[in-house]
Structure formats: C-alpha cells, structure tokens
Ligand binder design. Structure first.
Ligand code: ADP
Length: 498
C-alpha cells in the first residue's frame, strides 16, 4: 500500500503563486531571463520553473536594499512602526498557515504534519518574538573617567546578505530575517536552489503587512553564482550563512577578500547523544531516535553519534533497531507518515554512499541500509551498531536517516570521544543523575546541550556552534548582536561636578 502511495503522489493542497525574484517590492524575472526547475522530492518531477538569479540580479537587489536603507523610510521609522509591520506579517503567516505548510512540504518533502503543526506556527512565533524586540533595542549610558557624557547607540548595520539551506527553509528564513528587520536593516536573501518557493510566498506577506519596498529582497538561484555574488558584494555590510562547513569557509573568504563584511556562520555538526547507565532505556531510545531521524535526518544538529553505556548497550541497540523498523516512511502528505524523501538525488546518493562505507568498514547493519520504494529519494531508516570512532560514518556529517551507535565505559572516556570532532554544534545527555548531567554539560564543547530532551527550538534559546560548527548565535537576545553595531558618542560636560 505504501508503494501505491508513492506511485500516485497525493496532490498538494496549494497552488504555486510566486516563481519570480522579489526585488524592490516587485516580482520580476531574472535579468538573464533564465529559470531553473524546483523538484518534488517524492518523485523527482518538476513542481515549477523558478527565475534563476545571478550576479546581476544580486546587484539589482543590493541596490534596492541600499536605497531602502540609505533613504528610508525603513531605518527612519519609529521602532514601534517597524515592530507593528513584523507583527502584522506574523498574523498573515498564521492566516495562511496551511497553504505555506503545503508549499514547504511539496518543495522539501518533510511530513505535512510537521510543517502544518510545527514549522509554520513556529515561523509566526519567531516573527512575533522579533517583532517584540524591535522597540526594545537601545544603548547604554556609560560612566567614563573625566568630564564627559558617554552613550552608545545600537544602530542597524545596513544591508544584510543572507544565504540559507534547504532543510528548514522557513525556519532558517525566520532566524535571519527576523533579527535583521527587528534591528532596522535591509535584507537580500538567497534561498537554497532546492527550496525556493515558500520564502517567496512569505516575503510577499511582509509587503502586504506594510513593509516598504527594497527592505526585503529575495533572489532564488545557485550558490557559486548568486550566493557568491552576495558574499562578495562591496555594498553588503553583513553576511549570514547557514549550510555546510565547506561552503562556510568559502563565504568567509569571499567576505574578507571583498569588503570585510561581518560574518556569522551556522555550519555542520556531528553531535553526540550520550546515554548514561542510569537512563530510562525506553525514553532514551525514543529521544535518540527523534534526535537523529527528525526531518529525514537532515538537521545540522542531528544527534548523529549515539554513545551508549556498555551496561545497557545491547538492550538499547535492540530497541533502537525495533523503533527504526517501525518508523513510518511514505508520502509526506499522508497522515501518520513520520519520514518523507531526502531532498534530492545528490543527497540521496551521498547517504547511500555513507551506508555502504559503514558496511565496508565493519559496522553492524541493524536496520534499513537501502532505498525505500523505487521512486523519489526515500531511504529506509538505518541503524548501525559496533561503530568505531575512526570510521567515516562516525566522523563525517551524513545528513540522512542513519543512526550510528557507539559503546562507552565511563564518563571521562565518553567526554574525550564526544569532543574529538572538528564540530561543536549540539549534544544530548540522557541521565537521571544531576551530577553526571552537570559534568557532561560543562565538559562538552558545543553550543547547545539538551538534557533528557532534544531539538527544543524556542525563539528565545540561542543556537550556534563551537569550533568548525560556526560562529555567532541565532535566536534569542544574542542574535540581535549580529545585526547591530555600536556607536560610542562622547561629549564634554561643562561643569565636571555634574
Ligand atoms: P548543502 O549541502 O546544505 O546544500 P551548502 O552549504 O552547499 O550546503 O548550501 C547552503 C546554501 O549555500 C545554499 O543556499 C547554496 O546555494 C549556498 N551556496 C553553495 N555554494 C556556495 C558558494 N560557493 N557561495 C555562496 N553560496 C553558496
């Protein structure tokens, strides 16, 4: 019956409205006139042809953003007016929740239930969080030596370039557009070539909410053309990027070679999920399963090294295997489906390559290990046990539904092994012992520790990486710093007694 579903994909409950670039508040074709297809990952068939922006379109978008920033009205509006526009956009997102969710699932392949109940409501929530910040950003009065009055102004940076990936198109949009607008910047965003559709829809809603033209520009297109043009543009003063560590290095290099624009990066990970000997095994299995398989395993912070204490190891492996075998894979528009297709052919092949490498290097394949069905980019939930630290599947980011289970004996050892990675994005810790939790919490060199939970992404919780997982923090109060600069203002006081 699942195979039948794949042969006849469920018709998504939405039409594609916008396929052009959004520049200066208007939908326009690319200068070149070119388009590229965006594909349905359930089938590999074309959903729509989308305008393909490149360097010239980036130039146009940056010029529009520059004008909107330099001449206003955006940075000259009161903070309250900016706040209200962002809050109105959040209301419109909520109003169109189901359509946006359908578009997101169609283009990305994630379960519709996840889009409609999770991600799109979160998009509205994030925008309300940032709308709330817009009129609460201000500087300090500073006590200086000498007869001076000193204050700081927290000002927007100017034109912010933003490049996002395809795994959470609209959450990545929210984490970047939200703080940039709240702080009064103008934005040029390049979406991922696999998932251009939903951001166009949502950006149009911002304009409906009263956002002035030029403040939020969307350029669909490819990385080495449109993306690189944005990262190297001399009139872009900040670049925020989420994606692979390799591309993050390129972005950083382009930024420094051009105008030293400020850079924040949110990159890859190989996050440990540590299950201690006192853990409730059933709970730990369920959360470790979620930590890895959520979003088809396409999460930068996926709990992708499952370390299990030797005393509960065999029971854990057996239960993790059973859970993976039970995972419901199928058409993401079908109710009850937990796992849809991977994003595209490249990722699909890359993941199957890692699975082969796991088998070849001697890890034990407990479940899955091959494609699901014969169409689209579905992969069976896969579990490996007997994974050793030096295997490729334990070191490199797989970005797919492949759980790797490693055995450990004691805390000191697992701390060393968990930290032995170029990445430092997230970690999960499963224990009932507060002392153990606190030891691990302090020792692990990562940007987020989830204790007895995983992937909790509240708007107020900062997120970002240690080591080669990036720099800067998104969400929360810390994210505002990415889009502000501080101006110190010093003036003499005539009577020093005051
Ligand atoms: P992924 O493996 O998730 O596709 P990437 O880092 O390649 O990771 O992609 C994330 C985003 O970076 C996408 O929007 C992509 O188009 C963009 N990108 C890829 N290569 C470059 C590049 N050389 N310069 C700028 N942006 C790029």
């Amino acid at each position: 019956s699942t195979a039948a579903t794949l042969e006849q994909p469920i018709t998504p409950p939405v039409q594609v409205k916008h396929t052009q670039l959004l520049i200066n508040g208007e939908f326009v074709d690319a200068v070149s006139g070119r388009t590229f297809p965006t594909l349905d990952p359930r089938t590999g068939e074309v959903i729509a042809h989308v305008a393909e922006g490149d360097a010239e379109d980036i130039n146009r978008a940056v010029a529009a953003a520059r004008k909107a920033f330099d001449e206003g009205p955006w940075p000259k509006m009161t903070a309250y007016e900016r706040s209200r526009i962002i809050l109105r956009a959040a209301d419109l997102i909520e109003k169109h929740n189901d359509e946006i969710a359908a578009l997101e699932t169609w283009d990305n392949g994630k379960p519709y239930e996840q889009s409609v109940k999770g991600e799109i409501p979160m998009l509205a929530r994030f925008m309300r969080y940032y709308g709330g910040w817009a009129d609460k950003i201000h500087g300090l009065t500073v006590p200086a030596d000498g007869p001076y009055h000193v204050q700081t102004l927290h000002e927007p940076i100017g034109v912010a370039g933003q490049i996002i990936p395809w795994n959470f198109p609209l959450l990545m949009y929210a984490w970047k557009v939200g703080p940039a607008l709240a702080c009064g910047n103008a934005v040029v965003m390049k979406t991922a070539e696999q998932t251009p559709l939903s951001a166009l829809y949502v950006s149009e809603l911002f304009h409906e909410a009263g956002l002035p033209p030029g403040v939020l520009n969307m350029v669909s297109g490819f990385g080495p053309t449109a993306g690189a043009a944005l990262a190297s543009h001399m009139d872009v003063e900040k670049i925020a990027f989420t994606g692979s560590t390799g591309t993050g290095k390129i972005i950083s290099e382009l930024a420094s070679k051009s105008n030293l624009k400020k850079v924040t990066l949110e990159l890859g990970g190989k996050s440990p999920f540590i299950v201690c000997e006192d853990a409730d095994v059933d709970q730990a299995v369920e959360i470790a399963h979620f930590a890895l398989f959520f979003n088809q395993g396409q999460c930068c912070c996926a709990g992708s090294r499952t370390f299990v204490h030797e005393s509960i190891h065999d029971e854990f492996v057996e239960k993790a295997r059973a859970r993976a075998l039970k995972r419901v894979v199928g058409d993401p528009f079908k109710a009850g489906v937990e796992q849809g297709p991977q994003i595209d052919q490249d990722q699909f092949e890359k993941i199957l390559g890692y699975i082969k490498s796991g088998i070849d290097s001697g890890a034990t394949l407990e479940a899955g290990g091959e494609r699901f069905g014969d169409r689209g980019y579905f992969i069976k939930p896969t579990v490996f046990s007997n994974v050793q630290d030096d295997m490729k599947i334990a070191r490199e980011e797989i970005f797919g539904p492949v759980q790797t289970i490693l055995k450990f004996k004691n805390l000191d050892e697992v701390i060393k092994r968990a930290n032995d990675s170029p990445y430092g994005l997230g970690a999960g810790v499963f224990t009932k012992n507060l002392g153990t939790a606190n030891t691990l919490m302090r020792a692990l060199r990562v940007g987020t520790i989830w204790i007895n939970c995983y992937d909790v992404f509240d708007a107020a919780i900062p997120f970002g990486g240690y080591k080669m997982s990036g720099n800067g923090r998104e969400k929360g109060i810390y994210s505002l710093q990415n889009y502000l600069q501080v101006k110190a203002v010093v003036s003499p006081v005539e009577n020093a007694a005051w």
